[in-house]
Design a protein around this ligand. Sequence first.
Ligand code: FCB
Length: 477
Amino acid sequence: MPESFPPGFLWGAATAAYQIEGAAQEDGRTPSIWDTFSHTPGKVLGGDTGDVAVDHYHRMRDDVRMMADLGLTAYRFSVSWPRVQPTGRGPAVQRGLDFYRALTDELLAGGIRPSLTLYHWDLPQELETGSISGSAAGGGWPARDTAYRFAEYAGLVAEALRDRVELWTTLNEPWCSAFLGYGSGVHAPGRTDPVAALRAAHHLNLGHGLATQALRAALPGRARIGVALNPSAVRPLTQAPGDVDAARRIDALANRVFTGPMLTGEYPADLLADTAHLTDWSFVREGDMATAGQRLDVLGINYYAPTVVSAAGAGEGSRRDGHGASDHSPWPGSESVTFHQPPGELTAMDWSVDPTGLYDLLMRYAHESPGTTLMITENGAAYDDKPAPDGSVHDPDRIRYLHGHLSAVHRAIADGADVRGYFLWSLMDNFEWAYGYSKRFGAVYVDYETQVRTPKSSAGWYGKVARTGELPEPPVG
Ligand code: FCB
């Protein structure tokens, strides 16, 4: 029996502004922290930058047509903050907003639901470093003011696109912004200060809450507002108490640091205790928790692979946690936890292929956020795709990956999780952050020399799933 999904289930693909748009200096756009970071030698593999990326800014109409041809019913994209509000404060640049007006018009005309993410990591550089004129203090996410800047920007985008977009996401993966950006430093802005990382996490929670308020004030009642987290499906290596405690610590720092404030209106006591030697958390002010805990219409889950941990030194440990190499840990106060590569199949990121992690997360958040719709806002895999002599690109591994994960989603829905959509990461190959263009996540292959797009076999497979709402039999070979 084919596995059928509920009617109206959204079949989408996801991208992010800095990873695809290019046009880094056009129409008034100013640098974001990712422009600065990628132009800093040694930060991104091969010295790659998003200056041109896959030139989506100039190829947007063709790209939307491609999505419609594939049969997608939804598209998750992000707005480039420095394109619409270059300094991170003040009025919006209309030319920047016009691009997103045109994009959403094209999507709607093609029968594709736009799902807009306000922040996919491209903070205006001025909000990090402060302006030369002195009008902006800077400080990035560790600075409280950034949360208020974010809410102002959210209001500007909402005013401009309120009649076109119903699905709104405040932040993408605030864990990465806080702990990779300010902790391990493998992401922009590349700072390595554990306390700054914790402060950033709090101001991201606050910014999410303030932005949600700004969106609700500006948008019609039918709008649905959410956040896209990358919760870890954390598993202890063994049931030994030390390993179980390591899993608890990472669950606090990866997951509950955000779902605590957002879903329950408080930080977990164990997180505060685990980090008490670093900070007293006095940057949390009265009223912040109520602000962060705004009602969520949608909880977006980005999932790639589970996380296996043990106590320090237990088993065959390594510092590898799948987020790039750094001498600095992204886990403040829990630096000694050891991360393990689970046995079994790996993707080109060396991430393990294990759909049970996705199932577990969906069931967990179905229980922890009753009344909130769940969406898989990202899921997918990188493989070393290469065109065949005839130009076609076959990616059976990706089809198997998608099949396994969609089957896990189907099982979670059957077991009661209210999941309403799935967004494949990614529509097309693009700039994979610290890995540059070396990792291909797309369902569509991009030749970076010519910018020619070629749908891989997974794109055809996924399009058929989108059109029929059914998973075919598992592919063989
Ligand atoms: C997620 C990011 C996304 C992409 C995938 C592979 O962490 O949100 O932009 O890079 O990983």
